[in-house]
Structure formats: C-alpha cells, structure tokens
Design a protein around this ligand. Sequence first.
Ligand code: TXA
Ligand code: MG
Length: 325
Amino acid sequence: MQTITGTDIEIAKQFLMNGDLVSIPTETVYGLAANALNEEAVIKIFEVKNRPSFNPLIVHCATWKLAQQYVNNIPGKAHLLAEKFTPGALTFLLQKKDTIPDLVTAGSEKVAIRIPNHPLTLALLNRLDFPLAAPSANPFGYISPTTALHVFENLGGKIPYILDGGPAIVGLESTIIGFDENEKVLLYRSGGISTEEIESMINEKVLPAPTSPEKNPETSGQLKSHYAPNTPLYIGNIDILRYKFQEKKVATISFKKEIDGIDNKYQFILSPQGSLQEAARNLFAALRKIDQLHVDVIIAEKFPNEGIGRAINDRLNRAQAENKK
Ligand code: TXA
Ligand code: MG
C-alpha cells in the first residue's frame, strides 16, 4: 500500500468515510484513526498496530458537547474539568452508550473520551458525522510518534494517509482520568495536563487508579513496559551510571545540564533553558534518534517530579531495561 503524507483534510475525510485508517496530528502525539462507530474500520487499528484486542481505544470528538451523545451519567466534576481543559490533553473515562462498539472499549462499560487540541484535526472532526477511535500511531509497545515522519517510519506502507500537522506541541500522551462512585477523580495515566492543574480546578486530591499494573491493567499506559526504545535504558545519577557502563557506548538524556566528556552527538539535553514543557516535547524524538545511533545503553536522569515532569518520569520508567523482561 502506498502511504501519502499531506495536509488535505478532505482526503483524510474520504479515507475515513470509506472505513480506512488515517494518522491524525494532535497536540499530544499522532493518532491512528478510524471511524469509531464502524467495527470493521476499528479492527484495522488493532491489526496495523499489532495491538492486543483487550486494550481499549480513546474516542476523539470535535467538542465536549458532541461527546455527550456517546456517554451517560457524566459527573459534575467532569463538566467542570472539560470546561477548563477541552480541547486539550485530558481524557475522560465515562459510562458508554450502546452506540460505541464493545470492540472500541474492549468490552468495558466505560469509554475514554478526548477532545484533541489541534486545528487540522478539529477541522476534520467537524466535517465528520462520526467520532474517531485513535490510539497513538506507533507499533504496540514502541515510542509514540510526535511527527508525521515518525508515523511514516513506523507505519509507512500500512495505511493510506498521514495528515501532517507539524510536530506535536505537548509531546506526551494525554492524562487519563476516571471517577469513582463518590465522584473522586482517579488518575489512570499521567500526561499533558498535570495533576496539580486538575487539583487546583476541583480543590481536592486526585487519587491513583485502583488497578495494579501487574495484573490486568486497565490501560496500557499502566503496563510496566511501554513507550520503550529498543536500546536498553537506565535511569539515575548520570555520573554513577556512566561509571557503571564505562565499557559501553552510551547516549545520555538530561534535563538542562551538559554532561562533560560525552560527544554532542550522543547527548540529548531536553531543555537547556530548564522548561519541563520543552523537555516533554523533545523526549520521544530524542529516544527515537538514540535508537538510530546504535549505542549499547541510554542513561537518563530523573526529572523534577512536578507538573509535566511526572509524566516524563513515568514514560522513562516504563522505558527502563529492567521492565522489558
Ligand atoms: O494523547 C493521547 O491520548 C493519544 C492521542 C492520539 O489522542 N492517544 C493515546 O492512545 O495515547 P493510546 O491508545 O496509545 O493510549 C490510550 C490509553 C491506553 O492505555 C488504553 O488502555 C486506555 O487509554 N484506555 C482507552 N480506553 C479505555 C477504557 N475504556 N478504559 C480504560 N482505559 C482505556
Ligand atoms: Mg499508545
């Protein structure tokens, strides 16, 4: 199959209406989209990604208002958070209506809903009369794509069209939240919207989601190994790790400081001016570049555990060598 990369939402619309897959840009990462109401189209997502069918998909809608036709019993806090953070990098787990196929939610009563904040994709969604099921457009387990070229490198030849909306400005996947029976907010995956931002809107703590990652994770973002480069990655103090791997060819990932004695080509400073936002934006592209350098190990420092820094640490942790076994 020939894969075309372009910026034409009309072409994207035609493929989607025809039950084919299109990669779409979002502010977080690129998605692999299909008509969420068409099971045959949705099956193709699982095939192309090599994704286990027990792993549910996020449904993307043009507006929060339109999303409401697919869900029941929306908690008041969901409305409050949606008003503030949609369109944006926040995904809501809500009770689904029957119109959403079970395949999309992997049999769960809950569907993940997101309003992405990207002008091209919002324009596309506005022209469609169905929502889009879309996971990140990477092969299952690998690093999510933040550019159209990343998508092409992974899925070229397997999908007809990549809608190119430029590099993703957030660079990490959306934050996924749900609600318990008391309407407490539960965190299923940290991401583009920080816990602090959510807590300041609802004036209470966000609680960790109950499922343990080892058994039956509710979200693949909860799997221990995920978002992983092919090169083994270790997190910790860079100097200590360099000593430990002195016989090996290493690449480093640091927040803002330059590492003495490592060639520029092999060191990735994610934000020289110390912005966690910028670091998040650069993380996945850096991991992909390092995979192409064919070094023995990646050593990364721990990032400040605040704001989007938590999501950066979460992704680095899941990319760790010891979690890949
Ligand atoms: O930023 C994002 O969220 C990107 C862009 C494309 O929107 N999408 C994304 O999708 O990261 P994906 O499939 O790579 O990750 C979505 C996560 C998975 O871990 C999945 O298990 C979880 O959301 N999820 C989806 N539907 C769910 C449901 N009904 N219940 C529990 N978890 C769900
Ligand atoms: Mg993913």
